[in-house]
Ligand binder design. Structure first.
Ligand code: MN
Length: 207
């Protein structure tokens, strides 16, 4: 019984046009995201086999592969719901206040998240996250799906900077793709995640 499964998109493949073409979204969801789901399940099976035979010669690779695929599955599952055909504009209420409080202003936050997404070297993500120990919002620049992340951080808004997310449409001009993403952000979804994240208990470091 597979542990992970591919979630349906909350909209049609063509729903985010013209910002993101239906062709890109279909490939991205049905091929790329699906591969992370399959990869996570397959790696769990391989780890179970390693335990069964007490053979850990390939463990370093399996652990790295597990982190890659689970994180890819998590990030894409959030990404689809962060976006909406009715998205755009700016957040309001508690999220808007927290963004201003932690980044100085919405514009300063948006500039940092855009820069973090555009400047990823190779493949990765720009992420707005809740850091539960400091109880603050932070922007993280994630490599692949799982590198450069603070332990315990909860992703709230994620921008996919992998070439598969934009190259068929935007070619090498990643900044244009990132600029269009802002027009799709569902702030209601981000606000919902923000409210949930703040109920999370901080990692205990003091015992
Ligand atoms: Mn992707």
């Amino acid at each position: 019984m597979p542990v992970y499964s591919l979630p349906d998109l909350p909209y049609d493949y063509a729903a985010l046009e013209p910002a993101i073409t239906g062709e890109i979204l279909q490939l991205h969801h049905a091929k790329h995201h699906a591969a992370y789901v399959t990869g996570a399940n397959t790696t769990l099976e391989q780890l179970a086999e390693a335990r069964e035979h007490n053979q850990y010669g390939g463990l370093v690779g399996l652990e790295k592969t597990l982190a890659f695929h689970i994180s890819g599955h998590v990030l894409h599952s959030i990404f689809w719901r962060n976006l909406s055909p009715e998205g755009g504009d700016r957040p309001d209420g508690e999220l808007a206040e927290a963004i201003s409080g932690h980044f100085g202003s919405f514009d300063a936050f948006a500039a940092q998240l855009s820069a973090a997404t555009v400047s990823v070297q190779g493949s990765g993500w720009g992420v707005l996250a809740w850091e539960p120990l400091g109880r603050r919002l932070v922007v993280e620049q994630v490599y692949d799906h799982h590198g450069n992340v603070g332990m315990g951080s909860v992703p709230l808004l994620v921008f996919d900077a992998w070439e598969h997310a934009y190259y068929l449409q935007y070619r090498n001009v990643r900044p244009d793709y990132v600029a269009r993403l802002w027009d799709l952000v569902s702030w209601a979804d981000v606000q919902h995640r923000f409210a949930q994240a703040r109920t999370t208990t901080a990692p205990t470091v003091t015992g």
